[in-house]
Design a protein around this ligand. Structure first.
Ligand code: CP
Length: 333
């Protein structure tokens, strides 16, 4: 078993479930234990963040450790990750040296590196995250890469368990309109984790916004192994019928990587139609509403839904802290 946390599918459902049990225990009965005492953890942010950065920094503090935050291209050097390149462009340091130096100081490295949405075939291989994992001997924690956001999906699974109890639920992952294309890491990881936890998963999106084929094959395999199911629909209204958990997220079409304006034109037909609103929530089985945040109000979800008692987005964000503390306590020795 890996000592890095790159994607949930590297771990068994039993192991992931134990992490969630520990996160719930940490939340409900804080023990004050300090497993990271005397240790430093690097948090490398290529992209902006509120929840991930704050919850990791607070979590490391609460576990007795010290967070070292680095922003390549901002307050630390620009980084090259490709092998055998002539570095005569705008990249100052290679990831090989960056990682090998950093791990002389720290016990683990967290990395956030979004998809640039420029080249689908390159980015679907998660090249920057995988370069960190290749060069490091300390654990790497994925804080959202081009293809996965496993800390988010673990917090999502914890939040579903907290609000609806254990056992399979009818879960909808629905695409939503957004003015510009966004990465697929959150929907990928949510679908994968929902399947690993044996939920009955429905994925709704307009034609042309299919998730990665290989990822979907993994989701189907995991659902079969864990007693769940997966179905797909392009009907944004019927998608909500009988659902217990609505999980909204926008993402870009893989057909338009490198052509953001093409995607924006393609999606223009879906504005005001692919939004989570009261009419759609009425079709559900009194579903809870979830979103990883940040969210655009009255674009992805109406005020009336996100401000309703069925919205659990703030608990979901809080659970990032508890689940990441459980992950770090398990992996960083
Ligand atoms: N959900 C999430 O990862 O939030 P941030 O981008 O603010 O970290």
């Amino acid at each position: 078993m890996s000592n890095s946390f790159l994607r949930t599918s590297d771990f068994s459902t039993e192991y992931l479930s134990t992490i969630i049990d520990r996160a719930i225990a940490k939340k409900t009965t804080p023990s004050g234990s300090k497993p990271l005492s005397g240790k430093s953890i690097a948090l490398v942010f290529f992209n902006p963040s509120l929840r991930t950065r704050a919850s990791m920094q607070v979590g490391i503090y609460e576990l007795g450790g010290n967070a070292v935050i680095l922003e390549p291209g901002g307050t630390s050097w620009t980084l090259e990750h490709r092998e055998r390149v002539v570095m005569d462009g705008n990249k100052t340091e290679h990831l090989k040296e960056f990682v090998r130096v950093l791990e002389r100081y720290v016990s683990a490295i967290g990395v956030r590196t979004f998809a640039a949405l420029e080249d689908w075939e390159t980015e679907r291989a998660d090249p920057i995250l995988n370069a960190f994992a290749r060069y490091a001997t300390v654990p790497i924690i994925n804080l959202e890469s081009a293809m996965h956001h496993p800390c988010q999906s673990m917090a999502d699974m914890m939040t579903i368990r907290e609000h609806l109890g254990t056992g399979k639920k009818k879960v909808l992952l629905t695409w939503a309109w957004h003015p510009k294309p966004l990465p697929m890491a959150v929907p990928n990881s949510f679908a994968l984790a929902a399947a690993q936890f044996g939920h009955d998963l429905r994925i709704a999106h307009p034609k042309g916004y299919e998730l990665d084929e290989e990822l979907i094959a993994d989701v189907v395999t995991q659902a079969t192994l864990n007693g769940g199911s997966v179905e797909f629909t392009n009907d944004v209204d019927e998608a909500f019928d009988g659902i217990e958990v609505v999980y909204a997220k926008s993402w870009g079409s893989k057909n338009f990587y490198g052509d953001a304006n093409g995607d924006i034109r393609e999606r223009s037909a879906y504005r005001d139609k692919w939004i989570v609103d009261d009419a759609k929530m009425t079709r559900t089985a009194d579903a809870v509403f979830m979103h990883c945040l940040p969210v655009r109000r009255n674009v992805i979800v109406s005020d009336s839904v996100i401000d309703s008692p069925r919205s659990i987005v703030i608990d979901e964000a809080e659970n990032r802290l508890h689940v990441q503390k459980a992950i770090m306590s398990e992996l960083i020795k």
